[in-house]
Design a protein around this ligand. Structure first.
Ligand code: G3P
Ligand code: CA
Length: 276
């Protein structure tokens, strides 16, 4: 049974017999956009270096609902934010993230590759990002290649618990990964934190696969190339939400609005903002 099923059933029953229920029950009018969560992919990545404070601050200024972050670990055990498993593309250094100490990672310039105005941006730590943004914007935490970092799930769970961010009222924390075993484990460590599974593989969209995901995940997050209305309906019927990535054009955002997804993960928060 879906982990949110009982909670959802109670809420649905209450709404059905309340005046609010009538409002929620009405279908959106034709052409009306469903409200979706606007998730800034690695920050406002189109405009500022990914996985940096400059990019996350800009996403907040652009009124994103969430920032998406990629979490990995230094050689000496510090949780850090960077997308690739090497520092080569997004810093002035070279080497694997897990082969470099925190001091070595922190000394790198993670901004100038994107533009000289970003010179001096550093690789952030996971904990400083939690402290800087929780309560201000949602945080979609991706465990990137967790198979390279044994025990990273426990470390992430500990950092969230220390900040009381593992409780149901803090629903604007979500943890996702392409590594499904890691997400099963994370769900056991943090049963009240919403879990997401990431995929771009159509083989993961069969009824059987979706049913299995729904036993531990709250979000099914596919690349937009495999999204269909039928998939959205199937995901919803299993009690999960669906967020899709990576939107880099207004057309792609409009396609996902049309499909009825719950969240759009984009390098361009402005393409998802209903005010635009
Ligand atoms: O949040 C979805 C997206 O981040 C997954 O792909 O490669 O950008 O981490 P990637
Ligand atoms: Ca990511």
């Amino acid at each position: 049974m879906n982990k949110k099923f009982l909670l959802g059933t109670g809420l649905a029953f209450t709404l059905l017999f309340s005046p609010f229920g009538q409002a929620f029950a009405s279908e959106p009018t034709v052409g009306e956009r469903k409200q979706v969560d606007n998730i800034a992919h690695r920050g406002a990545t189109a405009y500022a270096p990914e996985n940096t404070i400059a990019g996350f601050d800009l996403a907040v200024d652009m009124k994103a609902d969430y920032i998406e972050i990629d979490v990995q670990r230094s050689k000496d055990g510090e949780l850090v934010l960077i997308h690739d498993t090497t520092v080569n593309r997004t810093t002035d250094g070279t080497g694997k993230v897990g082969d470099l100490t925190f001091e070595q990672l922190r000394s790198l310039d993670a901004g100038s590759w994107k533009g000289e105005q970003f010179t001096g941006e550093q690789i952030p730590t996971f904990e400083e990002i939690l402290d800087r943004y929780h309560g201000k914007v949602g945080i979609l935490i991706e465990l990137k290649a967790p198979e390279l970092y044994p025990g990273i799930e426990e470390q992430v769970a500990e950092a969230l618990k220390e900040r009381n961010l593992d409780k149901p009222q803090n629903e604007k924390i979500i943890i996702q990964s392409f590594n499904f075993e890691s997400m099963k484990k994370t769900n056991e460590l943090l049963p009240k934190v919403p879990i997401g599974v990431l995929t771009s593989n159509r083989a993961h969209t069969t009824p059987e696969a979706l049913q299995e995901f729904s036993t531990y995940a709250d979000w099914f997050n596919p690349s937009y190339g495999i999204v269909t209305k039928d998939l959205v309906n199937q995901v919803h019927s299993l009690g999960m939400q669906i967020g899709s990535w990576t939107v880099r054009s207004q057309e792609a955002a409009d396609f996902l609005f049309e499909m009825g997804v719950d969240a759009i993960i984009s390098d361009y928060p402005d393409y998802v903002d209903p005010r635009n």
